[in-house]
Design a protein around this ligand. Structure first.
Ligand code: ADP
Ligand code: MG
Length: 628
């Protein structure tokens, strides 16, 4: 950061996004404003951790004040609440840079969500989200920040009433903190209770009891000693038996910046070749920025209790919903962040923690299927990315994967469940991909599978298009798309008493040959289908070509490959097809019908007819004929 100073007060406008956010904070009523305190304390703790880290290389920054701490001061008389820390501090330029813009990507994502939200429900989201420093304006009519960066003589102030501008000014060093930052809130009338001791005690204990810096509470004008609200001890170093579920939940909220509860807590100490402690959580709800590509890992790296970085990639991308920390006993403290990323110690940690999280998920799946299903519901689409990204753990991930299927009645099924229900002579695991479950479940391609009682996995996620193309198998059975290639279902008998069994296959080879001839430019083949029982026709992707759904996705991303001509499959049990085979209608009329059937199959896939105008003409000719 820069150390540029100011010689006179300067007033500047907030960045547009900040103004929008502040406007909402100031002009709306929120159910839960307590979060502002958590946000300010978390900033103070971050500042202390940053100093602790910088002091490894420059111990003089600590001077004779090595005890890092946060002090909350109440002044009932003046109606103010002050949060002070002796952490890294900010120069005037730092303040201009960080307290007038929106830094973290999560906040941007949150803002977008608010902006997209037209019903005002988003306003309640503020309470759940926090949105950092600016949440101070939920309770304060004026906020003043006085700060001095560690190791510097100059101090500066930042102040604003939250209405569009802020002012940065030099301050007399004698009145500024020796080091660090003091944030003073002039409380709004309706927020005066935040100057009450019991209110602040309650909130700090509940929200910030586990920040890794001790927190003290003082009352202005009172003789009583400052009381300690939190001891700053590292929760992860305590024995599990001393930690309650509430302790874990509080810690989770402060380390993850989330407001929900952990759905799974993984806390252990690895010993042996490498020693490290791990405390990680899987959230109960989906974080806003799960699908932001540039989002950092959310696992903090500590070395012997000193926070080093939250940018080390400790977990693979497909575990990016996991929050928490790793504290290594072996990494050297004075190693640069870049060197750490390359270190073999870190790769051992990465491997160990990833394996452990997957095995804990596996245990949970076995011991409490409902709790596991809730995690899968939120993060399954992310975990499935591992099926193509992480070849080494693919088998393990396949065991963890859950599916909705044609047989699951909306419940989640595992592949183990699936292979347990294989039909006689069934040699593949069948799946259907589509934009959403309803659309997939009603696809004509499933008819023949239903009639035979063959279970089909319904895959609605974008990632399903990718892992399924990687030659994955399970229990020796390949995965096979119901919309691609020839399927020979005939060895698997139709369910007894099914309508199809009563509806025998007709000889329609005449029509098949005719259609193959007239549609030669549009399709790569016309053949009799095993997949259909009630629909007359469907299209499928040829063997060795790209599956239909993937083709569509690539096309919509502007990356359309040369489209393979589809195969038209016809239903030899269908009355229309049988009639066509015997029909004495003119060749032109049968031609029209062949083209119309192909377009019908396209429409059933959610596509447009090949040429809508020609399609309409054919349809009109046919209707005119019917009316005589
Ligand atoms: P975030 O903490 O997610 O970065 P905030 O809005 O809470 O977002 O804070 C914005 C920035 O302001 C911080 O990243 C930090 O650089 C700076 N900041 C806020 N409070 C302090 C503080 N007490 N000491 C030092 N820097 C601070
Ligand atoms: Mg913050």
């Amino acid at each position: 950061m820069t150390t540029e100073t100011v010689s006179a007060p300067e007033t500047r406008a907030f960045e547009a996004d900040v103004s929008k956010l502040l406007h909402m904070m100031v002009h709306s009523v929120y159910s839960d404003r307590d979060v502002f305190l958590r946000e300010l304390i978390s900033n103070a703790a971050d500042a202390c951790e940053k100093l602790r880290y910088e002091a490894i290389a420059s111990p003089e920054l600590l001077g004779d004040d090595a005890q890092l701490r946060i002090t909350v001061t109440l002044d009932k008389e003046a109606g103010t609440l002050t949060i002070a820390d002796n952490g890294i501090g900010m120069s005037a330029a730092d303040m201009a840079e960080t307290l007038g813009t929106i830094a973290r990507s999560g906040t941007k994502a949150f803002m977008d969500k608010l902006t997209a939200d037209k019903n005002g429900e988003g306003q309640q989201l503020i309470g759940q989200f926090g949105v950092g420093f600016y949440s101070a304006f939920m309770v304060a009519g004026n906020v003043e920040v006085v700060s001095r960066r560690a190791g510097e003589a100059e101090a500066a102030s930042w102040s604003s009433d939250g209405s569009g501008t802020y002012t940065i000014a030099p301050v007399d060093p004698a009145t500024a903190p020796v080091r660090g930052t003091r944030v003073t809130l002039s409380l709004l009338d309706e927020a005066k209770s935040y100057a009450e001791r019991h209110t602040v005690e309650r909130i700090v204990k509940a929200q910030s009891g586990h920040v890794p810096v001790p927190i003290f509470l003082e009352e202005a004008g009172s003789d009583s000693e400052a009381s300690q609200l939190a001891d700053g001890a590292a929760l992860w170093t305590k024995p599990k038996s001393d930690i309650s579920e509430d302790d874990y939940a509080d810690f989770y909220r402060s380390v993850a910046g989330q407001f929900d509860k952990p759905a799974l807590t993984v806390h252990y100490r690895a010993e042996g070749r490498h020693e490290y402690s791990v405390l990680t959580f899987i959230p109960e709800t989906k974080p806003f920025d799960l699908f932001e590509p540039d989002r950092n890992g959310r696992i903090k790296l500590y070395v012997r209790r000193v926070f080093i970085t939250d940018e080390a990639e400790i977990l693979p991308h497909y575990l990016r919903f996991v929050r928490g920390l790793v504290d290594s006993a072996d990494l050297p403290l004075n190693m640069s962040r870049e060197m750490i990323q390359e270190s073999p110690v870190l790769s051992a940690i990465q491997k160990g923690v990833s394996n452990r999280i997957l095995s804990e998920l596996d245990k949970l799946a076995a011991s409490d299927a409902d709790r596991y299903a809730a995690i899968w519901e939120n993060f399954g689409a992310v975990l499935k990315e591992g099926l193509y990204e992480d070849y080494e753990r693919r088998t393990q991930l396949l065991e963890l994967t859950r599916f909705k299927t044609t047989a699951s009645n909306g419940e989640w099924r595992s592949l183990q469940d699936y292979v347990g229900g294989l039909k006689e002579n069934q040699t593949a695991i069948f799946y259907a991909i589509g934009p959403d479950l309803d659309r997939i479940a009603t696809s004509p391609h499933l008819e023949g599978f239903r009639a035979r009682g063959i279970e089909v996995l319904l895959l609605p996620d974008q990632v399903d298009n990718f892992w399924t193309t990687m030659g994955v198998d399970y229990d020796g059975k390949p995965f096979k798309s119901v919309t691609q290639g020839a399927t020979d279902l005939s060895p698997i008998p139709l369910a007894e008493g099914s309508a199809e069994a009563a509806n025998p296959v007709q000889d329609v080879s005449g029509f098949v040959a005719f259609a193959k001839d007239v549609l030669a430019d549009q399709v790569s083949d016309v053949r009799i289908s095993d997949r259909l029982t009630t629909s007359a026709v469907c299209i499928v992707a040829p063997d060795n070509a790209m599956d239909l759904q993937l083709e569509k996705i690539l096309a919509s991303a502007g990356r359309a490959p040369e489209r393979a001509k589809p195969v038209l499959e016809v239903n030899a049990r269908h009355a229309l097809i049988a009639k066509l085979d015997q029909s004495t209608a003119s060749e032109d009329e049968r031609r029209d019908i062949a083209f119309l059937l192909l377009d019908e199959a396209r429409i059933a896939e959610g596509e447009a007819p090949a040429d809508p105008r020609v399609f309409a003409e054919r349809l009109e000719r046919l209707m005119t004929k019917t009316l005589g």
